[in-house]
Write a protein that binds this ligand. Structure first.
Ligand code: NAP
Length: 251
């Protein structure tokens, strides 16, 4: 049986799953984007962009479109969307799977300060001016308004004019390589790196580069997410979809 699947995207694993589904004809997927980036890359399956209008909107959407399964492949920090997905799946009795790569863990040589949120990350930079590499996207930058004394290099997918007084933006999309990250940190005389613990393999090179240079990393821990069945990879999600299809067929 072919399943109609809604994938809540925002990660490379969600995109990889959509691409795999586009190649085979096993299941029919629609990929949903929040619309946070201007330069959207076509995933090869039908896609939609923008919020659903809270849990109620998502429930109505799932019912109207007749989906058989919901896959939450959102960014680990998109906690609201994950909570809405869990609530809506329960209400419309839809099987829900989360696709999420494991968080990064420090290894010998790392100098991490792990903090619970962005405000604490900004405070952890200290009072003396430092050169900071901010790799947290652009949505939560206002947290750093409490620390305007630092020089910030901000990396984001799209260019924008930062509101922080001593900040510069480089617009780049991963994957990133260790040697290039090493060069960037050296050229920019970076003293401390701030990152969310996304665990994304394509953006992990900065951590190795920081380790090589002995730089401090302020690592923002993941928010609490609803407990739902979870796999780490697109391949795992594909196997889960096949199992759901077999169950529906009564195999
Ligand atoms: P969020 O706070 O969980 O979501 C806010 C609202 O955005 C949701 O309630 C939903 O609107 C809409 N939304 C989120 N993901 C969606 C999707 N895949 N399809 C359709 N609508 C979606 O997430 P966020 O505001 O996007 O980001 C929170 C954190 O995650 C930030 O730190 C951000 O940097 C990080 N992040 C997010 C993404 C992403 O693609 N969302 C990617 C990279 C990093 P309705 O309530 O109207 O349905």
């Amino acid at each position: 049986m072919t399943l109609r699947v809604l994938i809540l995207g925002g990660t490379s694993e969600g995109r990889r799953l959509a691409e795999q589904l586009a190649k085979g004809a096993r299941h029919a997927a629609v990929l949903s984007f929040a619309g946070r980036t201007e330069s959207l890359v076509d995933p090869g399956v039908p896609f939609r962009v923008g919020g659903f209008g809270g849990v109620e909107g998502l429930v109505a959407h799932l019912e109207r479109e007749g989906y058989h399964a919901l896959i939450d492949a959102t960014h680990p920090f998109a906690a609201q969307m994950s909570r809405h997905a869990a609530d809506a799946a329960l209400r419309v009795r839809l099987p829900l799977l989360r696709v999420e790569c494991p968080p990064w863990s420090p290894v010998p040589g790392d100098r991490w300060t792990t903090v619970p949120d962005m405000g604490t990350a900004a405070a952890a930079l200290g009072s003396a001016p430092r050169r900071v590499f901010l790799t947290i996207g652009r949505q939560e930058l206002e947290a750093f308004a409490i620390a305007p004394q630092h020089d910030y290099l901000i990396r984001a997918v799209d260019p924008f004019a930062p509101l922080l007084p001593r900040a510069r933006v480089i617009a780049e999309r991963g994957p990133f390589e260790v040697d290039a990250e090493h060069r960037l940190l050296e050229d920019e005389k970076i003293e401390v790196l701030v990152s969310k613990n996304s665990g994304t393999p394509s953006t992990a090179a900065k951590l190795e580069a920081a380790r090589r240079l002995g730089l401090e990393v302020v690592m923002v821990a993941r928010p609490e997410l609803p407990r739902v069945p979870t796999v780490h990879t697109a391949a795992g999600a594909m196997a889960w979809l096949d199992a759901q299809a077999s169950m529906r067929r009564g195999v």
